[in-house]
Design a protein around this ligand. Structure first.
Ligand SMILES: Nc1nc2c(ncn2[C@@H]2O[C@H](COP(=O)(O)OP(=O)(O)OP(=O)(O)O)[C@@H](O)[C@H]2O)c(=O)[nH]1
Ligand SMILES: [Mg+2]
Ligand SMILES: [Zn+2]
Length: 353
């Protein structure tokens, strides 16, 4: 295996010298488990830990390595390593965590394409697809929709669903797959060597089965994180990055129950392109498109030009986004205050010396 197989490119090489990271080896994070990581490079796979400084200066979850990150490392023994730094990211896919405290939860870093998997049975849901798409648009990641388990309904029903997705999510490629009947030609044709793909979707839609099928037998030969608890269980419990035998890097994810919006102003408006275009015609610049006089969006809705499902979903995601934004502003202020306090203490200490 070469670094290029893992997704390394001249761009990362330039980043490496620019940030003076040549001192260390480079490796990619393939799995994380609490404060331990599995990392891989052209030499070997290592179980790695952060150097203390990196751990203590991390303020947020996103300051720590996530699957897909490139890291500067120094190996020791045969299969252990220390992580000294995280390479600046090209992209970071995040969602808002569930629960009261609003917090970003990193999903994976340096992804080129997200594969949004929905099964054609009960799982199929356009609103949820749109939600995933908004997260991808925020992170600047291209998305492909994979309608899975196509064996469970008739070919005609599959076609109808494909049409509905295409109509609602204009410009997003849609593929159908079945792990039952095989036939991954279309998907394999899409996956390019050196590019990183991330499987996203609810639990049980067939993400891991698909990953295993694409891995073929080589999957069995790879090492698992040593404390893995999911032996014998099917539900994926942690993220995992693998290099496919035919080239291309694939990240499998645990199924997500909730896909909370983060600060996705651009992501949301990009996702609801038709609505954003219409909004230019609203009388008020800060129109909320709910009750205003001269709202072009409401007119289009009435005339049936704008899809009602998309409109409702927009309002919901926009509300969530604003809630998140207000909350994170408050958090940033708190961080700032904390920063000031640290500086003051440092100054005091200097004065005492
Ligand atoms: N009928 C049918 N069943 C499938 C297909 N793909 C997977 N399954 C079944 O669906 C179940 C869930 O598959 P997984 O691959 O574990 O689903 P997952 O998306 O990885 O689920 P999580 O890890 O919980 O997120 C298993 O029992 C699979 O055998 C398919 O194409 N057709
Ligand atoms: Mg799984
Ligand atoms: Zn309006």
């Amino acid at each position: 295996m070469t670094l290029n197989d893992l997704g390394f490119s001249s761009r990362w090489a330039a980043c490496r010298s620019e940030h003076k990271l040549d001192l260390w080896q480079v490796a990619r994070v393939t799995a994380e488990h609490k404060d331990r990581y599995l990392i891989k490079n052209e030499q070997a796979e290592y179980e790695a830990e952060l150097i203390g400084n990196l751990r203590f200066t991390a303020r947020e979850r996103r300051d720590l390595p996530v699957v897909g990150d490139w890291v500067a490392v120094s190996p020791y023994d045969t299969d252990k390593a220390l992580i000294h730094a995280v390479y600046p990211r090209q992209s970071l896919l995040e969602r808002r965590s569930s629960g009261k405290a609003v917090q970003e939860q990193p999903i994976a870093a340096n992804i080129d394409y997200a594969l949004l998997v929905q099964a054609v049975d009960r799982d199929f849901n356009l609103n949820r697809l749109e939600r995933y798409l908004a997260l991808c648009n925020t992170a600047g990641i291209d998305a492909v929709v994979l309608l899975s388990k196509s064996d469970l309904v008739t070919p005609q029903e599959v076609e109808e669903m494909v049409d509905r997705v295409k109509k609602r999510l204009a410009g997003v490629p849609v593929l159908t797959v079945s792990n039952q009947s095989g036939g991954y030609a279309m998907l394999k044709g899409l996956i390019k060597a050196g590019k990183t793909y991330c499987l996203l979707g609810s639990s049980g839609v067939g993400k891991s089965t698909l990953m295993n099928a694409l891995m073929g037998e080589e999957h069995m030969a790879t090492r698992d994180i040593s404390t893995a608890v999911n032996k014998g269980r099917h539900t994926t419990s942690h993220r995992e990055l693998r290099v496919l035998p035919g080239g291309g890097i694939l990240i499998d994810n645990p199924g997500m129950r909730e896909v909370g919006m983060t600060d996705t102003a651009d992501g949301v408006s990009f996702t609801f392109e038709a609505l954003s275009d219409l909004a230019h015609g609203c009388r008020f610049a800060d129109c909320t498109h709910t009750h205003e006089q001269g709202c072009a969006v409401l007119v289009a809705l009435e005339n049936g030009v704008l899809d009602e499902g998309a409109y409702r979903n927009y309002l919901k995601l926009e509300k969530e986004r604003q809630h998140y934004q207000a909350d994170s502003l408050e958090r940033r202020q708190r961080d700032k205050d904390f920063g000031k306090m640290v500086k003051q203490v440092k100054r005091l200490r200097k004065g005492m010396k």
